[in-house]
Design a protein around this ligand. Structure first.
Ligand SMILES: [Zn+2]
Length: 282
């Protein structure tokens, strides 16, 4: 998850649960600086609350909800799908809780928590993205807790389960099986622990079955199904036939053919695939 402001200055730590307040700076938009969604998600609620002022709550696919209060402007509405880093509003001083001071009150909540009482420590989940700047005092006070986004690892990227037998989801690294993901389903990796990747709250998968690919999913649009061949040509041997509406990821392209498995020569014609939005497993 990305910090909600491009200028990162923590002005109040843990209050009303584990909420954080963030200040502003003239070089980064001033006291009405843009506020950004911390992750992809769907707007759950917007409202004016006498204490919290103009508020936005967004449900994310990792099972968390983010909350933004005292806004001067709300730029989204309930049901909107938002991308990570999309501007959703502006800093303000609305609501009595703002004490007339412009700042962003931010929370990470469980999705069954309808009160703005922070459940999770945002510092454990937010990362500093390129283009974001951390205030020096904030580094001094909270430096050891600040996390940085890295493009070199697989974190926070769409990845695909590449094993067409499906992939078990466990409650902990090496834990008990609590679910199964089909081939082609995107997941977001939040944390790695040895050979294991955390793809949600208490949801872990074996990392070697995940591969970064295009952050897109495709669905078989032919009612008759779609043949998978061992090379990008009609002369390739048919390995299997995928049924209508099977979802796949794409790992390579050759002409009008796409490779749907990064580890094996599984090719099919792109003419019978339609791009679809599949929410990441959570
Ligand atoms: Zn606050």
């Amino acid at each position: 998850m990305r910090y909600p402001l491009n200028y990162i200055k923590i002005t109040q730590y843990f209050h009303t649960g584990k909420c954080l307040d963030f200040g502003w700076n003239n070089s980064y938009g001033g006291r009405t600086a843009p506020v950004f969604a911390v992750a992809e998600g769907v707007v759950y609620k917007t409202r004016y609350d006498s204490v919290g002022g103009n508020q936005i709550f967004i449900n994310h696919f990792n099972g968390m909800r983010s909350g933004y209060s005292h806004l001067s402007k709300i730029l989204v509405k309930v049901g909107d799908r938002v991308e990570i880093g999309q501007q959703i509003g502006n800093i303000g001083n609305t609501g009595t809780g703002a004490n007339k001071k412009h700042h962003l009150h931010f929370s990470l909540l469980k999705q069954d928590n309808d009160l703005d009482y922070g459940d999770y420590n945002p510092l454990n989940y937010l990362e500093v993205y390129p283009g974001q700047f951390i205030n020096e005092d904030t580094v001094k006070k909270y430096g050891s807790q600040i996390r940085y986004y890295s493009q070199d690892d697989n974190k926070y990227h769409y990845v695909y389960n590449v094993d067409d037998r499906g992939l078990n989801v466990r409650n902990a690294p090496n834990g008990i099986v609590i679910g199964n993901i089909c081939f082609g389903t995107p997941v977001l990796v939040y944390e790695n622990n040895g050979n294991w990747s955390r793809i949600g709250i208490n949801k872990w998968v074996y990392s070697s079955y995940l591969t970064r690919s295009e952050p897109k999913s495709y669905m078989v649009n032919s009612k008759n199904g779609l043949n998978v061949r061992n090379k990008p040509s009609m002369s390739g041997t048919i390995l299997r036939t995928m049924t209508y509406e099977t979802v796949v990821g794409v790992f390579a392209t050759s002409g009008t053919w796409v490779k749907i498995n990064p580890n094996a020569n599984y090719w099919c014609s792109k003419n019978y695939l339609t791009e679809v939005y599949v929410p990441p497993y959570n």
